[in-house]
Design a protein around this ligand. Structure first.
Ligand code: ZN
Length: 97
């Protein structure tokens, strides 16, 4: 009689753990994959990588800079490329320097 009760208790415990494990597996999986997708999306850079960079002329000092290394400034709908932040500032405020 007592042994039968113990066996029943063991079965209930086993069932409970099995259910818990299954629930964790079912509930955890979609969230995990969703998070991974988000990580991949944020890791992707906005601009496609350029193997050969186009050379751009700095309008302030006249230096040619590779496009991917230039300091970019968009002014009045036109894009300007500078060799440094200093030249960019000089271009934006010619009277300041
Ligand atoms: Zn410059």
């Amino acid at each position: 009689m007592f042994v039968r009760f113990l066996r029943f208790l063991l079965l209930v415990a086993l069932g409970f753990f099995l259910f818990k494990w299954l629930w964790k597996g079912v509930a955890g999986w979609p969230f995990a994959s969703k998070k991974k997708q988000q990580d991949e999306a944020t890791a992707t850079p906005n601009a496609p990588p350029k193997i050969i960079a186009e050379m751009k002329k700095d309008p302030v000092c006249g230096t040619y800079i590779p496009e991917n290394q230039a300091v970019i400034c968009e002014l009045h709908g036109a894009t300007h490329y500078f060799c440094s932040e200093e030249c960019k500032l000089k271009f934006q405020e010619p009277d300041a320097g």
